[in-house]
Design a protein around this ligand. Structure first.
Ligand code: SAM
Length: 247
C-alpha cells in the first residue's frame, strides 16, 4: 500500500479479524509512505496542475519511483526506473510481471463482491491512495493495472477506499473468516441480498421473530430465507437481478 498517511491504517489493520489475520500470517500488509520517494527537502508530493485550476495534484515522478520500488519489493526510497522521466514502459519489475496495482479513484470500476473475488485470487496487490485533487494522469496510465471506486461520492483520500478493498478481499481469503460466517452465504455472493436474521431475545418491545425460525423445520427455514432474500432483492436492488427475475 502506498499512501502519504500510513498512520491512518493503525486502527483498521490491527483491529478484529484483519488484526488477527495479520498476526497469524494469513495476511501480509506492508505500508509505504509515498514521501519516502521524494527528492526535495520539503518531501513534496504535489504540484499545481498544468492548465490551472483549483487545488494541487500528486506528482507522477514520485508515484512512479515508489511503484517501481514496491513492485520490486525494494526498500523505501530506492528506485529502479528513471525518477524524473518514467519511460513509456515504466514497469521494470525484476524477474517478473508487475503485481496487480489498484489505484483508488472515483472514476474507477465500482468495487463489487465479484471484483473482490477476482482480487482475492491474486498473490499480491499494490494499492495506491490518492490525496489532494487527485493524481497526475500518467500514473493512471503507467502504473495502475486497475482503477477502483468504492462509490459515487468523493472522499478526502484513497485510504478509506483502500481499507474497504482490503476488508472485502481479505474476508474471501480462506482461513480469515471462521466457519460461523461463510462468505458464500452472504449478500451479493449469490447475486442477491441476504435474508433477515434474528437472535435472542425472542421478543423485544412486543416484536417476536418469525415463527418458522423456531419451528425446527430446516427445510421450511431454508424456503423462508430464500423467499425473503428474493423479495428484499426485488424491492431494494432490482439491478442485481436479471430482467425476468425483477417481477
Ligand atoms: N478530483 C477528484 C475527482 O473529482 O475525481 C477527486 C480527488 S479526491 C479529493 C482525492 C483522492 O481520494 C483520489 O485521488 C482518490 O484516491 C480518493 N478517492 C476519493 N473518492 C473516492 C472514491 N469514491 N473511490 C475511491 N477513491 C476515492
Amino acid at each position: 500500500m502506498l499512501t502519504i498517511f500510513p498512520g491512518w491504517f493503525a486502527g483498521p489493520l490491527t483491529t478484529s479479524l484483519l488484526g488477527r489475520a495479520r498476526r497469524e500470517g494469513t495476511l501480509d500488509v506492508r505500508l509505504h509512505d509515498l514521501r519516502d520517494w521524494t527528492t526535495d527537502r520539503h518531501r513534496s508530493v504535489d504540484a499545481a496542475p498544468y492548465g490551472g485550476g483549483a487545488g494541487m495534484l500528486m506528482r507522477a515522478d514520485v508515484w512512479i519511483a515508489a511503484c517501481e520500488s514496491v513492485w520490486n519489493d525494494l526498500p523505501a526510497g530506492s528506485t529502479v526506473g528513471h525518477v524524473h522521466e518514467p519511460p513509456a514502459e515504466a514497469h521494470h519489475v525484476a524477474g517478473g510481471e508487475r503485481p496487480r496495482t489498484v489505484l483508488l479513484t472515483p472514476r474507477g470500476r465500482p468495487l463489487t463482491q465479484a471484483l473482490a473475488t477476482e482480487l482475492a485470487a491474486e498473490p499480491r496487490l499494490v494499492l495506491l491512495c490518492g490525496r489532494y485533487e487527485g493524481i497526475d494522469e500518467r500514473v493512471h496510465e503507467l502504473a495502475a493495472t486497475d482503477e477502483v471506486s468504492i462509490g459515487d461520492y468523493v472522499l478526502f483520500g484513497g485510504e478509506v477506499a483502500a481499507a474497504a478493498v482490503i476488508e472485502a478481499v481479505t474476508r474471501l481469503v480462506p482461513g480469515v473468516v471462521g466457519n460461523a460466517a461463510s462468505p458464500d452465504d452472504e449478500s451479493f455472493s449469490s447475486g442477491q441480498l441476504e435474508y433477515p436474521q434474528y437472535t435472542r431475545p425472542a421478543t423485544i418491545r412486543g416484536r417476536g421473530v418469525p415463527e418458522v425460525l423456531t419451528s425446527g423445520d430446516h427445510a421450511a427455514v431454508e424456503r423462508w430465507r430464500s423467499e425473503r432474500a428474493a423479495t428484499l432483492t426485488r424491492q431494494r436492488r432490482p439491478d442485481l437481478l436479471g430482467p425476468d427475475e425483477r417481477t
